[in-house]
Design a protein around this ligand. Structure first.
Ligand SMILES: *[C@@H]1O[C@H](CO)[C@@H](O)[C@H](O)[C@H]1NC(C)=O
Ligand SMILES: *[C@@H]1O[C@H](CO)[C@@H](O)[C@H](O)[C@H]1NC(C)=O
Ligand SMILES: *[C@@H]1O[C@H](CO)[C@@H](O)[C@H](O)[C@H]1NC(C)=O
Length: 463
């Protein structure tokens, strides 16, 4: 099809996508800009909620000030909320990946045989010979990389606070809880293996998970959230739907399709399947490069990340005021545990370890005003928000964790907040990198001490 290639500039693009009869002959000419950039490395740290913890960006910039603030202080108690580690796809995801990718891999191969597309030989071979590296037996289970993530997080805290955690395991000193989803219990197990050692973990009695769990999976038990937010297709996913129609998204879709040799633009659903496979394989096999990633240029990855961000922002974070409110039992639990330690002078327990989901993490972070963007993410401010802090890749990769450590500093108490193990200031609540107990305690008391979830979560029309 030599000579049939079109280089689309943005203006032609708009016309093309607006025009109903879209007869675009997209393919990769040698020298076409569409082929540029594909040999670049995958941005392994920017794959939204499917970024592996080992690849995720961590902000280490507060250590110096943090150390000054806790100089001479002793850690008394830690409260940790950890997202499960890198996992296999859910049943739904496995379904859509299996429905889409095997036939697509054959088409991509055929496209290239007919001289269309611009994958490199080795990527083309990997895609042509691709076979799903999972079966429905694996659904939702923690993947091996997930074991290592949690192990290393457990080890990290033991090394950081040896007098709290480099001790013989005693069930009276530690509390653990997780959700009914298998992957959170598996995460707890590997965390404990890292913290207390292979030998000790075999003797630890892990609790039975239960449902509803108002501290770790409160949103599932909140009919109002389910109806007003999660299942409210009209408003919750509006910005994401509109983003799909923007020039940014459409040119990404055209470029991805052309690179794979398609003469018609692939559907968003198909592009998402390619993207998901790319992200899973990248998280699972750090030493390999997934050929599915070669469909995307670095800027295409940014567009796909924003497409994900627009979903989570409205579904779970600052995009809807109910999201952060549903986390009130979780933050009340943090407050109660620390207040008891401050009042009694002894930490019982000294470690509280919770394992849950991205939805839990997003809502708890929003409940504290962490990483709140200066303006809402919208379909039409992609460029403006390019350097935003609030991005799902940063806020909730696999194994994302937020920990609060209560320190005794002479007669005073302080609370250090750690995000992905790095000191992180609660800028909306406290002055320093850490919080003085006198700062954070009234704030938690006011916002989270009384938490009536059943009232909050009642449907409005039942009132
Ligand atoms: C933990 O305890 C063991 C045995 O008491 C000791 O050998 C090791 O150095 C300690 N690790 C840390 C990080 O303090
Ligand atoms: C949870 O995972 C374990 C293996 O890690 C497996 O034996 C068990 O059947 C799983 N349970 C469920 C409910 O999937
Ligand atoms: C969601 O709403 C949009 C716009 O109102 C509509 O086009 C779409 O079909 C709806 N999707 C579902 C799954 O209901």
């Amino acid at each position: 099809m030599k000579g049939g290639c079109m280089l689309l500039n943005s203006r032609m693009h708009q016309k093309l996508t607006i025009g109903a009869a879209l007869v675009s002959l997209l393919c990769c000419c040698s020298g076409s800009h569409i082929c540029d950039g594909v040999e670049d490395e995958t941005p392994v740290h920017h794959l939204s909620t499917k970024t592996s913890y080992f690849n995720a960006e961590k902000d280490e910039s507060y250590w110096e000030n943090f150390k000054k603030e806790v100089w001479g202080c002793a850690a008394q108690q830690m409260w940790l909320l950890n997202r499960h580690g890198t996992r296999y796809p859910t049943q739904n995801d496995i379904g859509s990946l299996m429905n889409t990718l095997p036939s697509m891999s054959q088409q991509i191969e055929a496209n290239h045989h007919q001289g269309r597309g611009c994958l490199r030989q080795e990527d083309l071979e990997q895609i042509s010979n691709w076979f799903p590296p999972y079966s429905s037996r694996d659904k939702e289970q923690l993947q091996e990389v997930g074991y290592d993530e949690l192990f290393s997080i457990g080890e990290y805290w033991r090394n950081m606070f040896p007098h709290l955690f480099n001790v013989t395991y005693d069930p009276a000193k530690f509390k653990v809880d997780y959700t009914v989803k298998n992957r959170t219990g598996q995460s707890a197990y590997h965390f404990f293996r890292g913290m207390f050692g292979e030998d000790a973990v075999g003797n630890i009695e892990f609790p039975q998970p239960y449902s509803p769990n108002f501290i770790l999976r409160f949103y599932k038990a909140c009919p109002r959230w389910l109806r007003e937010v999660y299942k409210n297709n009209e408003t919750t996913y509006k910005e994401r739907r509109l983003f799909v129609q923007t020039e940014e998204f459409q040119s990404m879709a055209h470029a991805v399709s052309a690179r794979l040799g398609f003469m018609h633009p692939l559907k968003p659903r198909e592009i998402v399947a390619i993207y998901d496979e790319c992200r899973y394989e990248t998280a699972w096999w750090p030493a390999r490069r997934s050929a599915w990633c070669s469909a995307f240029s670095p800027s295409d990855f940014e567009v796909m990340e924003y497409h994900q961000d627009l979903k989570y922002y409205y579904e779970d974070s600052y995009g809807h005021p109910l999201n952060s409110k549903t986390a009130c039992r979780t933050l009340a639990d943090l407050y109660t545990n620390m207040r008891m330690t401050v009042n009694n002078g002894v930490a019982k327990p000294q470690g509280i370890f919770y394992f849950a989901h991205d939805k839990t993490i997003f809502k708890v972070l929003a409940g504290l005003g962490l990483f709140r963007p200066p303006q809402h993410l919208k379909h039409n401010n992609f460029a403006e928000m390019r350097n935003r802090y609030w991005r799902t890749s940063f806020v909730s990769p696999f194994s994302a964790n937020v920990a609060f450590v209560l320190y005794r500093c002479g007669l005073e108490f302080k609370v250090g907040t750690f995000f992905q193990g790095q000191p992180t200031p609660l800028k909306e609540i406290c002055q320093g990198v850490t919080c003085r107990w006198e700062e954070i305690s009234p704030w938690l008391n006011e916002n989270y001490k009384t938490c009536d979830l059943s009232k909050l979560c009642m449907m409005h029309d039942e009132l």
